[in-house]
Every structure is written in structure tokens, then in C-alpha cells.
Design a protein around this ligand. Structure first.
Ligand code: ATP
Length: 238
């Protein structure tokens, strides 16, 4: 693809280093530098212990104890206060984990509405309308009024995706989002991610051990021993 056709960069990490000191000091991330484009579906892979989750935790803005620079949406995030980062996260980032972390006693609809109520950008009625839209996207609208604890694992993960999407995040981050799912549900999660990247230009950054999931995206970054050893092929994001 020619450079002028490239989508804008939504995330850049520059010379990111991280050390753990317990029980002994060791460098867990080594000079991590890469960019991610708008609408790109990126997977980060590598052997267990190579530093994938540590990197994702930094990209998620939850870990601020690192060297180097992280920028997202053209904004330098490194050095910002915890409050500013929390507000940034809620507005611009969505998270899907291996375990869904839904509040079991709340309804599906309430779980999905929560991040939008916290954002405070829309009146409650509008939030409810948006939540139904996101539930429709993941084909869970018929379960909106059920307690989330009453759903199957795959259904709960789809609700967790709807919750991650409620504020229309620029970037959706996943840490093993299919790690706990069977093949059919994994495919469903993959299809939803693919659709929002293509249709809405949302960027997907996922740490995964699932080779099919990684292979179906636009690009694979491979890590080994705290460093990026392959940036993957030039993707075809328009
Ligand atoms: N809080 C911590 N303190 C000290 N060492 C840690 C801490 N968290 C992780 N580690 C170590 O850092 C290394 C990278 O861990 P990380 O969880 O990022 O790897 P990973 O690639 O995500 O592994 P997996 O695929 O098994 O989830 C591992 O050696 C791990 O034991």
C-alpha cells in the first residue's frame, strides 16, 4: 500500500521499557516501538511470559510505571495524572478480557449502560437507546433484562463487548478475549471485532494465544523475551 493511502495513526509507542523489581530487578519490556492505524485489527502474540499482558496494561493507561512514550488519538498520555487517564480511558478505550467481569446482580442492560452513565455525556434515555443498539450488534438484545449471571459464558462475553463499545471507543483492547470460549463463540467474538474495525474504523489491539483469531486480523506483532521480533506484514486498512 502506498504511504499516502495509510489511515491515520491512532496509537504510537516509542522506546517503551519496563522493569519489575520483585523478587529481582529484570527488564520485562525492551525498547518497544510501534504504531497502529485507525481501523486496524492487530494481534500481539508470543510465548507465555514474553511480556504481552504487561505491554497491554501499559497501552491501556492503567500502568504508568514505564520509560518511553505512549500517544493515542494524537495526545501524549505519558506523564498525565491518574484522573486524566481514567477520563481518557472511559471515553476513548474499550476493554474485553478473558473473564467478562460483568456485575452478576445487575441486568445485561444495566451492565452495558454503566460506562456511559459514568461518562455523563448523554441523558439516561439516550444511554439506554445506545445500550440496546450495542446489544443488537452482538445479538443479545433479547436478553437485555436478564441478570447477567443467568447467561452462558459466550453470551456474557458478547455482553462484555457491548459494554466495551457503549462509548464508541477509538480503540478496543482485548486480553485473551476468546481464551475462555469454545470455537463457535470465539468465531462470534472475532466476527464482531472484524465488523467494528471495518464498519466503524475502530482499532482492535488484542493479546492472544489463539492462532486463528490472530491470523484473521490485519497484522500480527510477535514478541519474544520482552522485545518485538516481528512487526507483521503491511496491512490493507484503507
Ligand atoms: N507484577 C509483577 N512482578 C514481577 N514480575 C512480573 C509481574 N507481572 C508479570 N511478571 C513477569 O513478567 C513477565 C511477563 O509477564 P506477562 O504477563 O506480561 O507475560 P505474557 O506474555 O502476557 O504471558 P501469558 O501469555 O502467560 O499471559 C513474566 O516473566 C512474568 O512472570
Amino acid at each position: 500500500m502506498s504511504p499516502e493511502k495509510k489511515s491515520p495513526v491512532v496509537l504510537s509507542a516509542t522506546n517503551v521499557n519496563k522493569y519489575f523489581t520483585d523478587p529481582v530487578r529484570f527488564q520485562v519490556l525492551k525498547e518497544i516501538t510501534f504504531e497502529v492505524q485507525r481501523g486496524e485489527f492487530l494481534s500481539i502474540v508470543g510465548k507465555s511470559g514474553c511480556g504481552k499482558s504487561t505491554l497491554l496494561y501499559i497501552l491501556s493507561t492503567m500502568d504508568t510505571d514505564y520509560e518511553g512514550t505512549i500517544e493515542m488519538n494524537g495526545q501524549r498520555l505519558t506523564g498525565l495524572s491518574q484522573d486524566t487517564l481514567a477520563a481518557f480511558r472511559n471515553e476513548h478505550l474499550g476493554f474485553v478480557f478473558q473473564f467478562h467481569f460483568l456485575l452478576p446482580e445487575f441486568s445485561v442492560l444495566q451492565n452495558v449502560m454503566l460506562p456511559a452513565l459514568k461518562l455523563g455525556k448523554y441523558p439516561r434515555k439516550e444511554v439506554e437507546h445506545r445500550a440496546y443498539e450495542k446489544l443488537k450488534l452482538v445479538d443479545m438484545q433479547e436478553h437485555a433484562l436478564k441478570a447477567s449471571a443467568k447467561l452462558s459464558g459466550g453470551q456474557q462475553q458478547r455482553v462484555a463487548i457491548a459494554r466495551a463499545l457503549i462509548n464508541d471507543p477509538t480503540i478496543v483492547m482485548g486480553d485473551e478475549p476468546t481464551g475462555n470460549l469454545d470455537k463457535k463463540n470465539s468465531q462470534m467474538v472475532f466476527d464482531i471485532f472484524k465488523e467494528i474495525a471495518r464498519e466503524n474504523g475502530q482499532t482492535i489491539i488484542t493479546v492472544t494465544h489463539d492462532p486463528d483469531f490472530a491470523a484473521g486480523g490485519d497484522r500480527i506483532i510477535e514478541m519474544s523475551d520482552g522485545a518485538i521480533i516481528s512487526h507483521g506484514h503491511e496491512n490493507s486498512v484503507q
